[in-house]
Ligand binder design. Structure first.
Ligand SMILES: [Fe+2]
Ligand SMILES: [Fe+2]
Length: 308
């Protein structure tokens, strides 16, 4: 289980984005949500746009916050760079080396290979991958990893369907990348950049684009507008299964959205309740939770008042 956090857009000195959005508070909330999931993540992927203006102090803060949370969860952190980031400052603060070279990196998570590709073009917001990066990726993928590969890249390799102004900042050169990904051991591609959750396929591989922690794009705003809202922020949990429902080679990868909104709970079930359910047989659990309530109530064996 891997947490997928994206587009934190921190500003130095706690400045508000657009004079309105407290991006640091939104990140703190995202990290708090990670402490509340039933299955804690083994790693936290942060898929780019860490600092809104590439300010050093913003990187120091995002690193402090995310690494602090990761250490409490005993999770590793996988950083990726986005178009708002500054390569040299990002590289210096996150990795201790000031470099203006593409920030591609390799990680191993218990046999799951994570490849971080730098899709940024310094000075621009659209994305691109240089030929030498593609060569490197092809070389890396030439040897399959034990549990396959997850590719992390800020710009999703997808056409932007609903956001026409956004099309100018999509990823160029997708055809070249697709030649390398198709038929490789890449099981999923995770991205950010769009500030809304969107999903697609690329070269036969699922692409999961997380929403942002800072603010979300509203593509259907009032009066037919595109808007920015201090709402609908979210993170996601990427679950790369070893096996599932008898599948091994084709075990699935899922991406589950966790909203950051704090809203009243209308129904609440404690995790501790699950322990009780685990003691039941599969058939008993199915009768209790899957069977229509009104039919279950007719059966005295299962009329314990539990509602699903
Ligand atoms: Fe962003
Ligand atoms: Fe971006």
């Amino acid at each position: 289980m891997i947490a997928h956090v994206s587009d934190t857009h921190l500003l130095a000195g706690g400045e508000l984005q657009f004079g309105a959005v407290d991006t640091e508070a939104r990140l703190v909330r995202a990290l708090e949500v990670l402490t509340e999931v039933e299955m804690p993540p083994q790693a936290i992927i942060v898929s780019g746009d860490l600092a809104d203006r590439g300010e050093r102090a913003a990187y120091v803060r995002v690193k402090e916050l995310v690494e602090g949370a990761a250490s409490a969860l005993d999770a590793s952190v996988i950083w990726a760079i986005g178009n708002h980031d500054d390569r040299a400052t990002y590289s210096e603060v996150m990795f201790g080396v000031a470099s203006t070279e593409p920030q591609d990196r390799l990680h191993d998570l218990d046999g799951l290979r994570i490849v971080v590709l730098d899709t940024t073009v310094p000075g621009y917001h659209h994305g691109e991958i240089e030929a030498r990066q593609l060569d490197w990726l092809a070389e890396v993928l030439s040897q399959p990893a034990a549990h396959g590969t997850v590719l992390v890249m800020h710009h999703p390799p997808l056409p932007i369907a609903l956001d026409r102004p956004g099309q100018v900042i999509e990823l160029d050169g997708q055809a070249d990348l697709s030649e390398i990904v198709r038929g490789s051991d890449v099981r999923a591609i995770v991205s950010g950049h769009m500030h809304y959750a969107t999903y697609g396929t690329f070269a036969g591989v699922p692409v999961f684009t997380a929403s942002a922690t800072c603010y979300a794009m509203d593509l259907a705003g009032p009066g037919r507008t595109y808007g920015v809202r201090d709402a609908a922020q979210a993170i996601a949990m990427l679950h790369v299964f070893d096996t599932c429902e008898g599948l091994t080679r084709d075990a699935p990868v899922t991406h589950t959205v966790l909203p950051l909104a704090v809203a009243p709970l209308v129904v609440e079930t404690k995790f501790s309740e699950f322990a009780r359910l685990e003691k039941l047989s599969h058939t008993e659990r199915r009768e209790l939770l899957s069977r229509h309530r009104e039919r279950r109530e007719l059966d005295p064996a299962f009329s314990d008042g539990t509602e699903s």
